[in-house]
Design a protein around this ligand. Structure first.
Ligand code: ZN
Length: 411
């Protein structure tokens, strides 16, 4: 065999396991594989999981913190304005350099799948899409990068964006993005969603929108998105990120919307670290957390996932492109701290995210792609407690990264 991982722990299973890999596929899973591997990796009793999946990240904007004016109040409007000054001047080389650093950091932290949003609007036109399509090509051998054509300034309110989005899809973008709640009127938010569906159907692509990213209970584009998904027969092909307003609805209306989401099989990405920073900015104390109803959605049977979203950009000053850190934020902000809840939250950056992106061959059974992490601890709770990167990152059956941590206690 090309590669054997020895002495692995598997989530939800007792015992010690060997995982055999030939080419880019898992071919054997047994308590002991008797063959020898050309390469052998000792998991030493630590957890082995399929790769982390980051289903929502703005790779065109990452590391703008290094050159932008500082934020003053982190309102959504200010974050947008700070981006205008840079995105008009993006070049492909500039995006490849900044985004490449973020992708490399992500891989070292165990993520080899990225759904990357490229702004498409009257400021940057198609510069972001050009940069991220080039990034997708440059990193093709070691990462699965999807490019979302994302109307960050709205569609109705930003003249010319319809045509730019059409061109972005012709150029080869993978996913149709959206930002309906940012339109000025409810009817225009609906027109925004309608246009995105037309475009997605024309190119037979999935849809991923940033929806109701506000704690304003009057923001109601999520229910329209769910109903539109049902009526267009797009169940399972639509994701919505943020959806903070859902948390502000009254219980009766919130349950109606959650029922619709479940029926329409819309996946919801909560990216809690950025919601903590950007939401609640008009609250005096107590300040809301800004996340959607993560735990209720999960309990309701909606596919919930979680993403890094931003790395050192105008919307968020930190971010290590680290999905383990993201899960930790989920556990804290969504009150998912009981053992079964921690296990479930860990699926938000693995199996649930893979389901939202409709990844083929994701998992740990023979026949699945050998895109795996040998994590730094034996249990999910310990992985999250210690927050150490995976010891080994494997992609398509090849070792991509190895991390050892050396610390010395000197008394
Ligand atoms: Zn985002």
């Amino acid at each position: 065999m090309d590669l054997i991982i020895r002495h692995a722990r598997l989530k939800g299973q007792a015992g010690s396991w060997d995982i055999g890999i030939n080419g880019d596929r898992i071919v054997a899973l047994a308590e002991e594989i008797r063959d020898a591997g050309n390469i052998e990796v000792d998991a030493a009793g630590n957890l082995v999981m399929p790769t982390y999946v980051n289903g929502h990240i703005h790779l065109d904007k990452c590391f703008l913190q290094e050159k932008m004016r500082p934020n003053k109040d982190y309102t959504f409007g200010e974050c947008l304005e700070l981006t205008w000054e840079h995105k008009a001047h993006y070049t492909t080389e500039d995006i490849l350099e900044r985004a490449g650093r973020a992708v490399q950091e992500g891989i070292l932290n165990g993520t080899t799948v990225f759904r990357a949003f490229a702004d498409v609007d009257s400021y940057t036109e198609l510069r972001g899409v050009e940069g991220l399509l080039a990034l997708r090509e440059r990193w093709r051998d070691v990462a699965h990068i999807e490019v979302v054509a994302f109307p960050q300034e709205g569609i109705v309110r930003d003249a010319g964006t319809r045509e730019l989005l059409e061109e972005a899809m012709r150029m080869g973008a993978d996913v149709v993005g959206g930002l309906p709640w940012f339109e000025m009127l409810d009817d225009e938010a609906r027109a925004h969603i309608d246009f995105c569906f037309e475009l997605a159907k024309q190119y037979d692509k999935d849809i991923h929108m940033l929806v109701d990213d506000t704690d304003n209970p009057l923001s109601r584009s999520l229910e329209y998105l769910a109903v539109k998904t049902l009526r267009e027969g797009y169940q399972g092909r639509v994701s919505a990120s943020h959806c903070g307003a859902l948390a502000a609805y009254n219980e009766t209306h919130a349950y109606k919307v959650m029922d619709l989401l479940k029926q329409a099989n819309v996946s919801i990405s909560s990216n809690p670290h950025i919601s903590l920073v950007v939401q609640g900015r008009y609250d005096s104390e107590p300040i809301r957390r800004g996340i959607t109803r993560v735990k209720q959605l999960w309990q309701h049977g909606v596919n919930v996932f979680s993403s890094q979203d931003d790395v050192a950009d105008p919307f968020y000053p930190f971010g290590r492109n680290d999905q383990q850190e993201v899960v930790s934020y989920v556990c804290h902000t969504a009150h998912m701290a009981a053992p079964s809840e921690i296990e479930a939250a860990f699926d938000f950056v693995t199996y649930n995210a893979a389901r939202a992106l409709r990844l083929h061959g994701y998992g740990l059974e023979p026949g699945c792609k050998a895109d795996l992490n040998v994590l730094a601890a034996p249990t999910v709770r310990e992985v999250l407690r210690l927050q150490q990167p995976p010891g080994w990152v494997i992609r398509a059956g090849k070792v991509l990264a190895h991390t050892t941590l050396q610390r010395e206690f000197i008394r």
